[in-house]
Write a protein that binds this ligand. Structure first.
Ligand code: UDX
Length: 456
């Protein structure tokens, strides 16, 4: 632990699992570097503050109704959060900044999620510098930044007849890889993306949960377009001082995942999880089930309650499905994912390619089967399968025969060996960048100097 720096940082995470985890990891990293940490959090989806006794928490009333908080329309939810949080957040931050209590260190800056775009105006009004945290990858951000061009050239809104066309301005993406999300009103997505890009440009710097060797050209392109200091200091969860298991899980982690993995042969298991938001139809759910069963590989499958449409949990499975596999399959509601991926029995990760899952898989050298659902996941999946070549993408919908074939290709064939070789190399780079002299290590040092320079 470094000496206390006598400075406080205020962090404001977007209250979704894939954003809360990296923000709290970042808070731990900066705390280990001597900063005091205050977290402002919505009441919605709040993590348990008693897991973080070294941080100060302030909760704000987000004013979301029950139906607003449980909507499947992520764009509407994010748009609403950016409206409803303005006043309570402003009031909370104003108090923190103007608090003259001598026992409290002065606040150096606000670090808030890129999607909380309203925080730029609030920080400006309080004359407090804001540094943006982008929890997703740099390559997908390049695509979000290109939305005006993509609309001008007619790639967006996406037309069903053009899905397989190349986006010539953004190789190797095809139209079907563009990071859109289904929403009642597509214009709200464009507005949200415009706001997040423009307020990022107006900020005092940009922190990334990625590393140079992985996304060098995308980071360079952002640097050039945004003229901002950028700090790729990831992978956050692999920094020495971050606790290995995220304590920010909103669902209880089922530890039988690990005891079951302990009974399985080395690198034999397919770990299957589609993150914290994605949902599947009953038809797709059954194709996944039969694809896994027919593959003859052991599998650990996370099925979040409510993630199969119109089902509570596993009712759609044929009766006796798991029993008939004689212990070859294990299904849980939520797993300790980072520990699972680090387990020696895991041979592949069938993922939706949320950025955290993608990075966690790379960090453990686990090859992927990609099934992106929406937004940045589609760009991440294309990079995994065609740029880094560390996974195979299921391209044409879900069908049990194709699933079985893809699993066999990855687990048993020559192509699988080549993919494993490449992901091991990336894993090594992810480890090296955090060592003294490595790119993320040095970038973190620059971030700390930058924070101090903001005060002058
Ligand atoms: C969301 C968006 O879907 C994604 O596109 C964006 O990049 C981040 O926000 P999410 O669906 O939550 O992501 O996926 P992901 O980014 O992979 O984050 C999920 C987190 O939950 C990971 O840190 C993962 O380790 C954790 N997790 C997931 C568990 O701890 N247990 C599980 O069973 C599943």
């Amino acid at each position: 632990m470094e000496q206390r720096k006598g400075r406080r940082l205020v962090l404001f995470p977007l209250p979704l699992q894939g954003h809360i985890n990296p923000t709290l990891d970042l808070a731990n990293i900066l705390h280990s570097k001597g900063f005091s940490i205050t977290l402002i959090h919505t009441n919605f989806n709040s993590p348990n503050p008693s897991n973080y006794p070294h941080f100060t928490f302030h909760f704000i009333q987000d004013g979301l109704s029950e139906s607003q908080a449980s909507t499947n329309d992520v764009v509407s939810l994010l748009t609403l959060l950016n409206i409803k949080c303005v006043e309570p957040f402003k009031e909370c931050l104003r108090k923190l900044v103007s608090d003259n209590d001598v026992s409290e260190e002065p606040v150096s800056c606000l670090i808030s999620d890129a999607i909380f775009h309203f925080t730029q105006a609030v920080a400006d009004s309080l004359k407090l510098p804001r540094i943006v945290l982008r929890t997703g990858g740099a390559s997908s951000f390049v695509v979000f930044a290109a939305f005006p061009l993509l609309r001008e050239k007619g790639y967006l809104p996406i037309q069903a007849s053009r899905l397989e066309n190349q986006v010539v301005e953004l190789p190797p993406l095809k139209v079907k890889d563009l990071p859109v999300i289904n929403t009642h009103n597509p214009k709200t997505l464009y507005q949200l993306v415009d706001n997040l890009v423009n307020t990022t440009k107006a900020s005092s710097g940009l922190i990334w949960n990625t590393f140079e060797d992985l996304e060098q050209s995308s980071l360079a392109s952002i640097s050039q377009q945004f003229s901002l200091p950028i700090f790729p200091i990831g992978p956050f969860h692999k920094h020495n001082l971050v606790c290995t298991s995220p304590k920010s899980s909103l669902l209880a982690e089922d530890q039988t995942s690990i005891s079951w993995l302990n009974t399985q042969p080395l690198k034999s298991v397919i770990y299957v999880s589609f993150g914290s938001l994605a949902a599947t139809s009953v038809r797709d759910f059954l194709e996944i089930a039969w694809g896994l069963a027919n593959s003859e590989h052991p599998f650990l499958w996370v099925v979040r309650p409510g993630s199969v449409l119109r089902s509570e949990w596993l009712e759609a499975l044929p009766s006796g499905f798991l029993e008939n596999l004689s212990g070859r399959g294990h299904i849980v509601k939520w797993a300790p994912q980072q520990k699972v991926l680090a387990h020696q029995a895991v041979g592949a990760f069938w993922t939706h390619n949320g950025w955290n899952s993608t990075l966690e898989s790379i960090c453990e050298g686990v090859p992927m089967i990609c099934l992106p659902c929406f937004s940045d996941q589609k760009v991440n999946a294309r990079y995994v399968s065609q740029v880094w070549k560390v996974g195979l993408q299921l391209e044409n919908g879900l069908e049990r025969g194709a699933i079985e074939k893809t699993i066999t290709e990855l687990m048993r064939e020559k192509e699988g060996d080549e993919i494993r070789g490449r992901v091991s190399k990336l894993q090594e780079m992810a480890n090296n960048c955090l060592e003294k002299g490595g790119t993320s290590y040095e970038s973190l040092e620059s971030l700390i100097s930058h924070i101090f320079s903001l005060e002058s």
